[in-house]
Design a protein around this ligand. Structure first.
Ligand SMILES: Nc1ncnc2c1ncn2[C@@H]1O[C@H](COP(=O)(O)OP(=O)(O)O)[C@@H](O)[C@H]1O
Ligand SMILES: Cc1cn([C@H]2C[C@H](O)[C@@H](COP(=O)(O)OP(=O)(O)O)O2)c(=O)[nH]c1=O
Length: 206
């Protein structure tokens, strides 16, 4: 494995196991004596908090506005002087993120022109593409079953119908916008330890 800090992104439907796998990868890297910074989009920054309130149905905005907000949150995520991705990598931490720009292409493209979403996210792709993007592929019904175990109300995209579109859009986004990137799809229906073993191996090979 390379000495330089790595930027690893985990993508997938809601409930596909991103948080679970990110924590297991953190444990794997820590057992090798390597420090990690875990992060997620939408962020906990002011832009991300606004997005969360929209996902909770507290405000309604045009889908294009939501796409632009996710892109703005991503800019904050990359460039924030303390918690930002670039700052954390410069400080020597491996950064493991739940979601990045492929989520915008997958989730926002039902109602927004994918080319415009791609344009909004081009700076992120050129400034900081991931060293490895892992797509935790899961059928929407199993995703919904896993989400069902959570408390609280259903968020904006958490229906089987929407997640069916999102899964297909992820695949298209990897093909159309992912050129030149290291993207690996894993079967996320398997037991978590099996998925974690695959991810650890992929990261060790970087
Ligand atoms: N491989 C797996 N098999 C079965 N259940 C899982 C698996 N991975 C995660 N879970 C469970 O599914 C739910 C959603 O997982 P989570 O990691 O929070 O997903 P995400 O971060 O993608 O929303 C949690 O209850 C978690 O314990
Ligand atoms: C980063 C991102 C997330 N989202 C959506 C996906 C999720 O439905 C929601 C919240 O993301 P997240 O907190 O990762 O949800 P989960 O843990 O259930 O996977 O935001 C977008 O629509 N576009 C984006 O660019």
């Amino acid at each position: 494995m390379t000495d330089r800090p790595l930027f690893i992104v985990v993508e997938g439907l809601d409930g596909s196991g991103k948080s679970t796998q990110i924590e297991m990868l953190r444990d794997h890297l820590q057992s090798r004596g390597e420090a990690c910074h875990l992060t997620a989009e939408p962020t906990d920054l002011v832009t991300g908090r606004l997005i969360r309130s929209i996902l909770r149905h507290e405000h309604t905005v045009d889908p294009r506005t939501l796409a632009a907000l996710f892109a703005a949150d991503r800019v904050e995520h990359i460039f924030h002087p303390d918690s930002g991705l670039l700052a954390q990598l410069a400080a020597g931490y491996h950064v493991i993120a739940s979601r990045y720009y492929f989520s915008s292409l997958a989730y926002q493209s039902e109602f927004v022109d994918p080319n415009w979403i791609a344009a909004l996210n081009r700076q992120a792709k050129t400034t900081l593409p991931a060293d490895l993007t892992i797509f935790l592929d899961l059928d929407p019904q199993t995703s919904m079953d896993r989400i069902g175990g959570r408390t609280g109300d259903t968020e904006l995209f958490e229906t089987t119908e929407k997640l069916t579109h999102v899964r297909e859009s992820f695949r298209q986004a990897f093909t159309v916008f992912g050129a030149g990137e290291n993207i690996v799809t894993l079967d996320a229906a398997r037991p978590a330890v099996e998925v974690a073993d695959d991810i650890a191996r992929l990261v060790d090979e970087l």
